[in-house]
Design a protein around this ligand. Structure first.
Ligand code: GLA
Length: 590
């Protein structure tokens, strides 16, 4: 018997009426030492519930390996903290989660062969899902409300109506949850469109809708689809995410609060997406692909009530006022913004060039034609492809199938050009100074598509390479996860190159901290690359914007000596970085 049940127009929890006033916060986008703080701030805004997805790709990185459930992925601990704060939890285990997350959470080992029909009844897909749920659910069952835990409902799939029509596959997923002991209320969520709602719904499972505005119209569509039961907006979009090269999205707090007011006045339950967006740390961001490929930036601030660094923003106050009028808020003060580190300059005074040291980071795999990143067993990161050009002179390289997703080409170590998936690039003119010149192609996976038919598209070089029509063969392929940089021999930056550097190059510098506090890494004069603080992979930077600073959570800093490492792929005008006290996610639209 589920703890949460439905009436003709509402929810009952253990038989008592419950209006769900929830906010989304993905544990895997927030440093674990900050979970408790963020959950407390959720309760103080007046939320009675938090919602999270579960990212399959991180929890099961190896199809035959154990489930990863520690650190940033310690979901049981997150659920304990939510319970301690008195919050209910909505769990969205996918297995597909969208969420602007790498591949929508589907592991690359599943998409590698390219022929598993994802999100369908294909037994190769449902079999892999079943094995994952065999591992995932036993540690979560004690957290179900029926066992006294905080989890009051579990979502089946995610906006399936926007993707497919294989309802049998939805039924399989619901059955897989039930047969493994999940008795709680199950729900589906779909965009508030009649076609989406009917393709994504499952008889016997509560249908909910996702939308950000036109509240009455969208609730009416949900009601038309489902004549009885609670009205629930499972994703009330109060902001949005950004793509590299696109605008920085913001939504007016008063406008979003007015729509929240309409939702609550209509008697609906709500999950605010996002309450606290957090960060796509490391290589975890997703991408969209409509007409072209557009990767998502590192920040997932989402213009949410709680900013990326966990401070209450204008929406926090505006939403709290609305919630106070409908369901009440705790009689406790609104939390103040957390202290920030004083502005600190970091001099990057040690360096290690990337291409000559690639062997220290990954063993080469020899192939006739280039292997894809997935074929090399790489979940995320870069692949360096190396071969020799047969003859001296000019020629045109052709990369069949294009690149996944951005390739820098070097001849004898000198940059020859860049190919981008976003621009559908497939050719590049090159000049070989000599027969046997080294051709290096460094390909960056910019994030797996998380929505639509391109989910699971491969990364790396995607086909054969030719030079003026003749096959270029005998490649060394190095899969570079950059998970461990300890083998790199950093050397002092010589005076002759101080102040500027051409990449690809790793640069490193130290800085002192008196008392750890949140800070934001600004890289004026730098082009594109990756950043780590004390070994914690903050994620990508790119002067293309809109995002200009990377969030550095206080818990990755320590009192005393700290270390910043950058991988600069192109060039920097100054070997200096700045830790600043204000985030810059890009200009707001005027
Ligand atoms: C949909 C998905 C979410 C997320 C939002 C946009 O509603 O269900 O996972 O991708 O869009 O942020």
């Amino acid at each position: 018997m589920p703890a949460l049940t439905t009436t003709s127009d509402g929810f009952l929890l253990h038989g008592e009426p419950l209006r769900i006033v929830s906010g989304a916060m993905h544990y895997f986008r927030v440093h674990p030492d900050q979970w408790a703080d963020r959950l407390r701030k959720a309760r103080l805004m007046g939320l009675n519930t938090v919602e999270t997805y579960i990212p399959w790709n991180l929890h099961q990185p190896d199809p035959d390996g154990p489930l990863v459930l520690d650190g940033l992925l310690d979901l049981p601990r997150y659920l304990d903290l939510a319970r301690a704060e008195g919050l209910h939890v909505l769990l969205r285990p996918g297995p597909f989660i969208c969420a602007e997350w790498d591949g929508g959470g589907l592991p690359t080992w599943l998409t590698e062969s390219g022929d598993v029909r994802l999100r369908t009844s294909d037994p190769r897909y449902t079999g892999a899902v079943d094995r994952y749920l065999d591992l995932l659910l036993p540690p979560l069952l004690p957290y179900m409300a029926a066992s006294g835990g905080p989890v009051i409902a579990v979502q089946v799939e995610n906006e399936y109506g926007a993707y497919g029509t294989d309802t049998a596959h939805l039924a399989h997923l619901a059955g897989a949850l039930r047969s493994r002991g999940v008795d709680e209320l199950l729900f589906t969520c779909d965009q508030a469109d009649p076609a989406h709602l009917s393709a994504g719904s499952l008889p016997g499972t509560l249908a909910t809708a996702t939308f950000g505005s036109r509240v009455e119209e969208n609730l009416a569509r949900l009601r038309a689809h489902q004549p009885e039961g609670p009205l629930m907006c499972a994703e009330f979009w109060i902001g949005w995410f950004d793509h590299w090269g696109g605008p920085h999205h913001v939504r007016d707090a008063a406008d979003a609060a007015a729509d929240l007011d309409r939702l609550l006045a209509a008697g609906a339950s709500v999950n605010i997406y996002m309450f606290h967006g957090g960060t796509n740390f490391g290589f975890t961001n997703g991408a969209n692909h409509y007409h072209a490929y557009t990767p998502t930036v590192t920040s997932y601030d989402y213009d949410a009530p709680l900013t990326e660094s966990g401070d209450p923003g204008p929406k926090y106050h505006a939403f709290r006022e609305v919630i106070a009028r409908h369901t009440g808020v705790p009689d406790e003060p609104v939390p103040a913004p957390a202290p920030k580190l004083p502005v600190t300059e970091v001099v990057l005074d040690r360096r290690a060039p990337f291409l000559p040291h690639a062997d220290l980071l990954a063993k080469p795999v020899r192939t006739e034609d280039p292997a894809t990143a997935e074929g090399l067993g790489l979940r995320a990161g870069y692949v360096l492809y190396r071969t020799a050009l047969p003859a001296a002179g000019d020629g045109v390289l052709h990369f069949a199938g294009g690149v996944g997703d951005r390739a820098q080409v070097f001849v004898d170590g000198s940059p020859a050009g860049v190919l981008e998936r976003e621009r559908h690039d497939e050719t590049l003119p090159v000049r070989a100074p000599r027969a046997g010149a080294t051709l290096d192609v460094l390909v960056e996976n910019m994030g797996g598509v998380n929505y639509g038919p391109h989910i699971g598209d491969p990364k790396g070089l995607l086909g054969r390479v030719t030079l003026d029509g003749a096959a270029v063969r005998e490649w060394e392929c190095r899969p570079l996860s950059l998970a461990d940089l300890s083998a790199l021999p950093f050397e002092p930056v010589p005076d002759s190159v101080s102040g500027a550097s051409t990449g690809p190059v790793f640069l490193r510098g130290g800085f002192d901290v008196r008392e750890p506090a949140d800070t934001f890494l600004a890289l004026p004069g730098w082009t594109k690359g990756q950043a780590w603080v004390n070994g914690f992979h903050l994620g990508r930077y790119w002067n293309r914007g809109p995002q200009r600073t990377l969030y550095v959570p206080a818990p990755v800093l320590r009192p005393g000596a700290n270390e910043l490492t950058l991988l600069e792929l192109h060039a920097t005008t100054a070997a200096r970085a700045v830790l600043t006290d204000t985030p810059d996610l890009g200009p707001e639209p005027s």
